[in-house]
Design a binder for this molecule. Structure first.
Ligand SMILES: CC(C)(COP(=O)(O)OP(=O)(O)OC[C@H]1O[C@@H](n2cnc3c(N)ncnc32)[C@H](O)[C@@H]1OP(=O)(O)O)[C@@H](O)C(=O)NCCC(=O)NCCS
Length: 151
């Protein structure tokens, strides 16, 4: 079940665990997660199984544009359609919030994530060389990907 996540320390600790499992040394820290929850533009959604958050996404609603901040699914729950359901949720939420477009950056070498976004209607709009300061991938370049909403 996908649910909107409130700003509680229990949720922060669960998201921190997902971050560490999925992003290792590039994981969002607990202060970074808290800061994002305190951002009025940010909204978090979690995929919950048996009271445990197994995947989450964060989206910033910036007037006509939705910025996808992050998405991650615990490794043992990946490739079961959870990521796609989270993308669909953020797309629906952004559309209901009046956004015209959803935008994100993703490492050009992150095949899983690029595949996820392509499967869910995003298109590559451009490449940002050296977008990431550090990377666990062989490149620091990012694709900018877009999805037009209300279509
Ligand atoms: C990217 C991620 C969120 C996908 O979540 P998921 O629950 O596995 O996604 P889904 O099961 O809905 O898969 C959707 C599509 O993503 C792509 N995909 C997912 N896992 C993949 C893999 N291991 N290899 C290649 N493509 C993959 C495929 O196109 C897949 O569609 P298909 O199963 O019909 O081939 C997950 O792999 C993850 O958490 N990765 C680490 C964190 C990360 O990189 N986040 C993105 C930051 S921008």
């Amino acid at each position: 079940m996908i649910t909107k996540l409130e700003y509680t320390m229990q949720n922060i600790f669960q998201l921190s665990n997902i971050e560490n499992e999925c992003f290792k040394r590039n994981a969002w820290s607990i202060p970074a997660l808290r800061g994002e929850f305190e951002n009025d533009f940010s909204h978090f959604f979690g995929y919950v199984m048996d009271d445990k958050i197994v995947g989450y996404t964060c989206v910033r609603i910036m007037y006509e544009e939705a910025q996808v901040c992050n998405i991650a699914v615990l490794p043992e729950y990946q490739r079961q359609g959870i990521g796609s359901q989270l993308v669909q949720k953020l797309v629906d939420f952004a559309t209901e919030s009046g956004c015209q477009v959803a935008e994100l950056e993703v490492n050009t070498a992150n095949e899983k994530a690029v595949g996820l976004y392509l499967k869910n209607g995003f298109v590559v709009a451009g490449v940002r060389p050296n977008f990431y300061r550090t990377s666990t991938y062989p490149t620091r370049d990012a694709f900018t990907m877009l999805k037009q909403l209300n279509q």
